[in-house]
Write a protein that binds this ligand. Sequence first.
Ligand SMILES: Cc1cc2nc3c(=O)[nH]c(=O)nc-3n(C[C@H](O)[C@H](O)[C@H](O)COP(=O)(O)O)c2cc1C
Length: 169
Amino acid sequence: MTSIPLTTNQDLDAERLREAFGVFPSGVVAVASEVDGQLVGLAASSFTSVSLDPALVSFSVANTSKTWPSLRQAAHLGVTILADHHGDVCRQLAGPLEHRFDGLAVTTTGDGAVTLDDGLAMFDCTIYNEVEAGDHTIVLLQLHAIEHADTSQPLVFHRSAFGTLADSA
Ligand SMILES: Cc1cc2nc3c(=O)[nH]c(=O)nc-3n(C[C@H](O)[C@H](O)[C@H](O)COP(=O)(O)O)c2cc1C
């Protein structure tokens, strides 16, 4: 096994941190809403489940995000867990704002939560809390409705690349 030696604080530059954080695999979600008749949203790999009672999940959004200030204005937000066939969709949801939802089949609730129709799981959420965390904000979301498929596999983000689960049931 090749290992990289532990380093001092001075070596914690962004590039090395991204590389080290990327060792940890994650799923990817789409966080989206409709605001003033426009679909707004982004891809996020920082999603995690947090609490059962109340039902909470979280994701972290960069403080430089152009989308978050409008996304957070919606009464409800939609979160979609992306499936293994969503690699290109994920790139699109992280790309130019005006094309993020091109060709995507989505459902918008009366409260403005937007979810992808072919997602692995869909959550209807409201913002429970926002916590400042360095150059990101941790957004805690409370769930109000959930829907999930049992068959597909999740999109996996690992070492800056997309993959799939090789041997899960
Ligand atoms: C696989 C993947 C995961 C991402 N995860 C996050 C994330 O957890 N938090 C975040 O703020 N941006 C994340 N991004 C970047 C956003 O999707 C988006 O590109 C970025 O926020 C810039 O767009 P904005 O200014 O509209 O927010 C991710 C992008 C990709 C491709």
